[in-house]
Ligand binder design. Structure first.
Ligand code: PGA
Length: 259
């Protein structure tokens, strides 16, 4: 039996009103299905900053996270949001998403500082890593993953590394409709688990999510893989119906593994 995290990354979508409506509807849907096993399945969404406080406390079953933050507590950093401002608002922070790396030139050095700041302030960091299409075609997928993990988790104690959630998101699969096959994802996840085993001393403890064109139709096959502890969903997390099918699939898998 294993537990799952089903996470939705809303990116730059949804106004405050739309966010409140989404959380309210999703909560009703999860509640309507009878007992929701929230001790075994974590439902998590990453709304834009403006919606985080308005949706706080709207659902006992849905956790929230910030899509990014800056690592300093306060200062002259126009436009940035600090960990102190997110305290008691969110449980998770997404760090190093490929859109932040590519469009906003986020460096591994900054990502490492953000991971450390998140841990100091008691957030669970969800670190995104993954290779480009060129790297995959050149046979450099594992080398890229290894390099990102070495730089992004540099200086962490085994106990700190164990608190991190990893999201493996091959860049060629994000928003393209072209997901990694369940086997490709499993292979990368097993490799990531091996590296995290070396860092933490425990192969089971780190949770590794797959992200990249996860949809209701492919979620069951992806979630059934041994080393996949959940999914980070972009586009399909914006619609209550699609996102709840992915959640239901995780419930179904959990029920079948209990039997
Ligand atoms: P996608 O996005 O599901 O739309 O491919 C995933 C992500 O960027 O986290």
């Amino acid at each position: 039996m294993k537990d799952y995290i089903i996470a939705g990354n809303w990116k730059m979508f949804k106004t405050v009103e739309e966010s409140i409506s989404f959380i309210t509807q999703l909560d009703e849907k999860l509640g309507a299905a009878g007992h929701f096993p929230d001790d075994l399945i974590e439902v998590l969404v990453f709304p834009p900053f403006t919606s985080l406080y308005p949706v706080k406390g709207l659902s006992p079953r849905i956790k929230t996270g910030a899509q990014d933050f800056y690592f300093e507590d306060q200062g002259a950093y126009t436009g940035e949001i600090s960990p102190l401002m997110l305290k008691n608002v969110v449980d998770y922070v997404l760090i190093g998403h490929s859109e932040r790396r590519q469009l906003f030139h986020e460096s591994d050095e900054n990502i490492n500082k953000k991971i450390k700041a998140a841990l100091v302030h008691g957030f669970i960091p969800v670190l995104c890593i993954g290779e480009t299409l060129e790297e995959r075609e050149a046979g450099k997928t594992f080398a890229r993953i290894e390099e990102q993990l070495a730089k992004d988790l540099c200086g962490l104690t085994p106990g700190e590394a164990a608190r991190i959630v990893i999201a493996y998101e091959p860049i060629w699969a994000i928003g393209t409709g072209r997901n990694a096959s369940p086997e490709q994802a499993q292979e990368a996840h097993a490799f990531i688990r091996k590296i995290l085993h070396e860092k933490t001393g425990n192969p089971e403890i780190v949770r590794i999510l797959y992200g990249g064109s996860v949809k209701p139709e492919n979620s069951l096959a992806i979630l059934s893989q041994n080393d996949i502890n959940g999914v980070l969903v972009g586009g399909a997390s914006l619609k209550v119906d699609a996102f709840s099918v992915i959640i239901e699939n995780s419930v179904q898998l959990l029920n079948s593994s209990i039997r």
